[in-house]
Design a protein around this ligand. Structure first.
Ligand code: DX5
Ligand code: ZN
Length: 216
């Protein structure tokens, strides 16, 4: 299957969000990547339910919601109501990850688990069959526009291996510092979904940049 592109709206123009949403609707993008930050799990605050609801009203593609928050269990049904289609929690934020993943699925969403750059892929061994997406962070989460951590390629290869061995259907998504160069290498390593924020929205023609990522 061809790889998927998920533009991160963290880098969009928040004063003109509808315009950027329509651009993504018309582009070759597959998902909307939506970053939620609580100022506790990561040293930054982004936005919450009202903004996600507003995005959902216009979005014609699935909302891939990336939770960089502590205690995500408290908000699973609220994110469903706000419009999330895929809900990703951080491995590092979940004490009872199995319960959290089951709860996301019971709420009618696809379940994702994200790993910080320092968290080894091997820790997913006992959850990999239950998840729909693994989101590998290729920067320390919290901000757009950071540079790509090279160790990520190795992690993608290890994760592809784990997925094959365990007959899991999980997709490998990578988030942070993705551009045409890193994107190409990530696909060669086995990635299925590329998230791109600043590379798309800071470019002169975001829709064309999405197409270029899709054509990698
Ligand atoms: C970072 C977020 C990313 C961010 C990526 O914590 O999870 O989704 O928007 O931005 P770029 O592509 O600019 O690194
Ligand atoms: Zn993200």
């Amino acid at each position: 299957m061809k790889h998927l592109i998920a533009p991160s709206i963290l880098s969009a123009d928040f004063a003109n969000l509808q315009k950027d949403i329509e651009m993504i609707n018309k582009s070759e993008a597959d998902w909307f990547h939506v970053d939620v930050m609580d100022g506790v799990f990561v040293p930054n605050i982004s936005f919450g339910m009202p903004v996600i609801k507003a995005i959902k009203k216009h979005a014609k593609k699935p909302l891939d919601v990336h939770l960089m928050i502590v205690n995500p269990d408290n908000y699973i049904s609220a994110f469903k109501q706000a419009g999330a289609d895929i809900l990703t929690v951080h491995y590092e934020a979940c004490i009872h990850l199995n319960r959290t993943v089951q709860s996301i699925k019971a709420n009618g969403m696809k379940a994702g688990v994200s790993l910080n750059p320092h968290t080894p892929v091997a820790l997913l061994e006992d959850i990999i069959k239950d998840v729909d997406v693994v989101l590998i962070m290729s920067v320390n989460p919290g901000f757009g526009g950071q540079s790509f951590i090279e160790n990520t390629y190795k992690k993608v290869i290890q994760l592809r291996d784990l997925i094959e061995k365990s007959e899991s259907k999980a997709k490998i998504e990578v988030d942070g510092g993705v551009n045409l160069e890193t994107g190409k290498m990530l696909l060669a390593a086995g990635a299925d979904v590329l998230v791109a924020g600043s590379f798309v929205f800071k470019s002169e023609n975001p829709s064309d940049t999405i197409l270029q990522l899709k054509n990698l």
